[in-house]
Design a protein around this ligand. Structure first.
Ligand code: P6P
Length: 340
């Protein structure tokens, strides 16, 4: 008889892991499941997006007579709706909303968590059929009562309770950590279940990929320019020249580098000294995963997770990957500082 390998579903895994937290009452379990549910709905819509053009239902209304929404607006509404309905979250900071979305209720005990989310990162790549993603951070609320506040969300990454991303690619995966390692789950679309496919994800011992938008080269700090030239030198022993891979979708670039071994760089430039990526819902969650996978993530000088957020949408220069690769970039930034 063919022995079928035991499949661990995301729900089974989260519940099993919950038992490792003595004070856990299931709130985080339900919150992560709320995110997974919204991700499945967004995944379905993304997969249909291409067909919308082909099947000619692209008009202003879809077959249900509803106005066709831009996918990032749709994704934002799905995640906000799932988190609000789930009752475990009392406030959200979203890339799509200028201010905190605070949930208040006269009836139910409000959730103990707050979520910072980029509902559909890289959405400008959809028309090119490039993988895109959802990135999320989960913190315990600091405020005692009422709806969640901005202060609940402006916590440094070292206080993260959980973080993760969903990559909508050739297959859809949810990768997350609660501080005890990184695990990846692949969606089986035939039954709509996320199944454990990548247990205990770690950066590989060897790595030779660097990911940066070299079109910005002339605006990079001196140290980054030197590092890029280092990557391009010939040295067989250190697997150089490295391979340059850059998709322009943070989740896709980081996920590939986590699997295959590589560093992601989004430096500050003369034009944008703080770079482009947002600290709360892009840098921090990816940094938490990078560290939990044995890597490192900094802004070039400081551990990203220790950067104190001052505003919801603040940006930060971002370097994430295997520890020794990030160390090398930081060395070049120290050795070749820009003239102030
Ligand atoms: P650039 C997508 O727009 C995004 O926010 C990230 O997903 C990605 O890493 C970055 O911007 C790409 O930016 O300037 O290289 O196109």
């Amino acid at each position: 008889m063919v022995q079928r390998k035991k499949i661990t579903t995301l729900t089974e895994f989260i519940i099993k892991r919950q038992s490792e937290y003595p004070h856990a009452k299931g709130a985080m379990t339900r919150l992560l499941n709320d995110i997974a549910t919204a991700a499945k709905i967004v995944n379905r819509e993304i997969n249909a997006a291409g067909l919308v053009d082909i099947l000619g239902t692209v008009g202003k209304e879809n077959v249900q007579g509803e106005t066709q929404k831009k996918l990032d607006v749709f994704a934002n509404e799905m995640f906000i709706g799932a988190l609000k309905g789930g009752g475990e979250c009392c406030a959200i900071a979203s890339e799509e909303n200028e201010k905190v979305i605070s949930f208040s209720s006269d009836f139910a005990e409000l959730g103990k968590y707050v979520v910072a989310i980029d509902p559909l990162d890289g959405s400008s790549n959809i028309e090119a059929n490039v993988s895109i993603g959802t990135i999320f951070s989960i913190y315990r609320r600091l405020s005692e009562t009422g709806g969640g506040t901005q202060e609940d969300l402006l916590q440094p990454g070292i206080h993260l309770a959980a973080a993760g991303y969903v990559i909508y690619g050739s297959s859809t995966m949810l990768v997350y950590t609660t501080g005890k390692g990184v695990n990846g789950f692949t969606l089986d679309p035939s039954v709509g279940i996320f199944c454990l496919s990548h247990p205990d994800m770690m950066f590989p011992e060897t790595a030779n990929i660097y990911s940066v938008n070299e079109g910005n080269y002339i605006h990079f700090p001196q140290g980054v320019k030197k590092y890029i030239k280092f990557c391009q030198e010939h040295d067989r022993e250190t697997l150089r020249p490295y391979t340059s891979r850059y998709i322009g979708s943070l989740v896709a670039d980081f996920h590939r580098n986590l699997i295959k071994g590589g560093i992601f760089l989004y430096p500050g430039t003369t034009k944008n000294p703080n770079g482009k990526l947002r600290l709360l819902y892009e840098c921090n969650p990816i940094a938490y995963i990078a560290e939990q996978a044995g890597g490192k993530a900094t802004n070039g000088e400081q551990r990203i997770l220790e950067v104190l957020p001052r505003t919801l949408h603040q940006r930060a220069p971002f370097y994430a990957g295997p520890r020794w690769m990030v160390d090398k970039v930081e060395w070049y930034l120290r050795e070749f500082p820009d003239k102030t």
